[in-house]
Ligand binder design. Sequence first.
Ligand code: SF4
Ligand code: SF4
Ligand code: FES
Length: 236
Amino acid sequence: MKIKIQRFNKKTKIQEFKLGKSVVTLLEGFNEIKTKIDASFTFRSGCRSEVCGSCAVVVNGKEKLACGYKVQDGDIIEPLKKATVIKDMVVELDNSMQKNSKSLNFLDLKSDKIPTNKDEKRIEVQSNCILCNSCYSSCPILEVNKNFLGPFALSRNLRYVNDVRVENIKEKLGAVQSNGIWDCTLCGECTLVCPQNIDPKTDILMLRTKSIQQGFSDPTYLSFDDFSPSGFNPNF
Ligand code: SF4
Ligand code: SF4
Ligand code: FES
């Protein structure tokens, strides 16, 4: 079986590799290339069982975890998109992690409330995020607005908004108003690629509803005040 891999800092940008018959997953293929063919080939991995999220790459244009993907003859492998490539399959992740902090995705430690099983169920799905960055790679808004907070930061914001230990929900929601929930086009690409079956698109819709309940509004929505008695306000 032969696969093509986008290389960093090589004369030939796309390099073809022949893999042995025993190789099943793409991560096994990466290991074979590294140990037997080209020691300079660089990739990230950890758990080898779709838990740590470190091995996400793009296969034939779609985001996949290398340790869970059954490699096929002719596959074309690239690093995650919308992130600076450090080397080969390794991309810089600081940017998305900073957006996660900017979205105030953490607990207020002052609270002494103890969540019940039912409370934990409400935040279970979003808590399963493995920070693989696949959703960031797939999101078209990040192509045009680098400041967009992005799918996983917004899903995790909902996780904290729904947490009974968080006392100031409005503060958490306030953090995702600008370059956040109103900038998403609801295309659903992030939902399609998530290996943990998290649905950022629906989470963003829920954040919009909760924001309106808390007095925020869609900044792109025209109110009656934007219209003059004679028609459309030319100064708007
Ligand atoms: S649904 Fe929104 S966050 Fe998800 S990929 Fe589309 S634009 Fe990005
Ligand atoms: S939401 Fe899904 S795709 Fe996005 S980082 Fe978390 S696990 Fe990965
Ligand atoms: S190596 Fe941990 S998810 Fe693939």
